[in-house]
Design a protein around this ligand. Structure first.
Ligand SMILES: C[S@@+](CC[C@H](N)C(=O)[O-])C[C@H]1O[C@@H](n2cnc3c(N)ncnc32)[C@H](O)[C@@H]1O
Length: 218
């Protein structure tokens, strides 16, 4: 999510003093939590029901993985909404703040926090129901130099996410692709790994910027 100083940079915007600033920002907390609630709403989107062979979601609560959980604003909303949550983040400066919040949470038993890379999540095959990721997914290609490397990383991650999800699993991603090319790269990584879905943009004319992907495992 862009902040008042502009587009955040990974990892610089999330380490040391910047991570403290992030966690102390009431503006950021409000925005992350608001987006988390919207993503929970998108998880139940009727248009996802009508795609493919199966209809409405079954069962509730779910086991939801929060990819790039940061300092825990999004995970807090998911847990408070009655779900069991596994928050994954690659930076100790960010996830340590989520762990501090967990200690005083009344739902602490429903939240597990794992220091890990989204590209290599240590979870068992078909072990989770759904995935939500807020303002983090575009960072998975950090470090990949060529378009080929970026595509390979995005593709391997989509394949891995498919493996850890149970049948009918859904993924809701809110993220900030840099441009149309990068957006296409992420979309095609899901298409080529048997996900159905569609995209929502507040401003459809805008090529980059805030984008929601609503996906369903076939
Ligand atoms: C905007 S922040 C966190 C947003 C989070 N939803 C929240 O509520 O605080 C983005 C996070 O993505 C994490 N991230 C970036 N690349 C990652 C990766 N490859 N694996 C795991 N986490 C990653 C960063 O460490 C950072 O904490």
């Amino acid at each position: 999510m862009s902040n008042r100083e502009g587009t955040p940079k990974f990892p610089d915007s999330y380490i040391g003093d910047k991570s403290v600033e992030y966690d102390n920002s009431t503006w950021m907390e409000r925005n992350q939590k608001k987006t988390s609630l919207l993503c929970l709403q998108y998880l139940r989107d009727d248009k996802l029901d009508s795609l493919g062979n199966y209809d409405v979601l079954d069962g509730n609560p779910y086991i939801i993985v929060d990819l790039g959980c940061g300092s825990g604003f999004s995970s807090e909303i998911l847990v408070d909404s009655g779900h069991r949550v596994i928050g994954i983040d690659i930076l100790i400066d960010m996830i340590s703040k989520a762990k501090t919040k967990k200690k005083i949470s009344e739902h602490k038993k429903d939240l597990e926090l794992i220091l890990a890379d989204i590209n290599h999540i240590p979870l068992r095959k078909a072990s989770i129901n759904h995935i939500i990721s807020i303002s983090a997914y575009n960072f998975i290609i950090y470090g990949a130099k060529t378009i080929r490397e970026k595509f390979k990383t995005a593709n391997n991650t989509a394949l891995y996410l498919k493996k850890i999800m149970k049948p009918k699993g859904r993924i809701i991603i809110e993220f900030y692709p840099k441009d149309e090319k990068e957006l296409d790269l992420f979309i095609s990584s899901f298409n080529s790994n048997d996900f159905d879905g569609f995209m929502i943009k507040k401003n459809p004319a805008q090529k980059a910027g805030q984008t929601f992907l609503l996906l369903k495992k076939q």
